[in-house]
Design a protein around this ligand. Sequence first.
Ligand code: NAP
Length: 432
Amino acid sequence: MNSGARIPKDGQPITMTPAGLKVPDRPIIPYIRGDGTGVDITPVMIRVVDAAVEKAYGGEKKIAWMKVYAGDEAIEQFHPGLSEDEIKAIPPDERQKLYLPEETAQAIQKYLVAIKGPLTTPVGGGIRSLNVTLRQVLDLYACVRPVKHIGTPAPVREPEKVDMAFFRENTEDVYAGIEWKAGSPDADKVIAWLRGEMKVKSIRFPAKCGIGVKPISEEGSKRLVKAAIEYAIADKRTKVTLVHKGNIMKFTEGAFRDWGYEVGKTYPQIVTEAEVNTTHGGKVPAGKIVLNDRIADQFFQQMLLRPDEYSVVATTNLNGDYMTDAAAAQVGGLGVAPGANINYHTGHAVFEATHGTAPKYAGQDKVNPGSLILSAVEMLKYLGWREPADSILRAIGAAIASKRVTYDLERLMPGANLISCSQFGDEIVKRL
Ligand code: NAP
């Protein structure tokens, strides 16, 4: 660490042990401020978290925040003289490192748990998004998105019935990026091999056809479902649902479902929906968690019509992408949707706002800090610091109920008073 990131003197690293995460009283947590409205929401998040932790533990525990740099802020900090054109002229691999300096990646690697504001997609082609890079480097295989109504105006009649935690597989599926452009020699080669050697007859228009590959593995599916089941146990949930399109894609989506049930068998706490109906007369035995599965399209419908029937949801990457944004919309939108990317084996976890940088509002102290604050709530839960997590959650709900809210909520809530991003933080702190 030499060019900006300071290791807090009074902090200690979080470590991973065979028994799980070991969190000291002064855990070092690297944070990335984020671009655009990151300048507005990140300081508010830190203020709310510090106040809640202080209130819960009276100074006995405290986060040792460690500022690390990424995105535009990394350029401003380390290469302030570079123009956009000069940046674009830098080869992609080197440019990638300007936006995500090695010491930032190393800090997250070392200290395990980090939180970040939104990052701009870097200028110039040929490099991956910084979020994707972090996920790949740290193998953050579970995208965890809890969706719960906290009083924001919502498009459905009974948003309070929504309380779901989504586990979206983060490393496989069509996101593996294995695809070939229609008409390219590579696509033609793959198509010729499929039709010739593999006897595939169902490519409708083979003459000019893009081709993509969807890998879904046993290891990737099982580790994701395991994470979802363990979250359900720790969070005292009653159900885990495997969502898939196994009726159409038997060996990928269907295999995900089957491997999921195999994982379920290894937990004494789990009973399948089929067992409940056949062996237990339709009654869930006390203390058990029900494991069931739903086909994705049917689940989409039921999530809207009967959301209270679902609790923890484990799903493949593409299904999860659509589903988590749709579920967030059901309770009021991305402004209040938290997110995390986690590797439960190594302990690495990056918590983040689910919205982007909203550049048109940057620096105006205007936007809603709710998504990042709720992500911090998930981070506190992950550390096992339940009291401050619960108290922030209650305080945000109470702040929204008081109708003193940021512009996005004010325009939807009749009779609400408009306040700034930082004032909304004050309203939360007042109610801790
Ligand atoms: P965006 O930044 O999420 O903004 C879209 C709209 O969402 C805003 O105009 C605003 O709506 C609303 N919004 C976003 N954040 C809000 C907040 N905190 N409070 C209230 N409303 C909020 O999406 P984008 O404009 O498509 O993307 C901008 C940049 O962000 C791009 O460079 C993109 O690549 C990046 N991005 C980063 C991440 C990430 O780091 N995780 C995720 C997505 C996008 P109104 O206009 O209605 O007020």
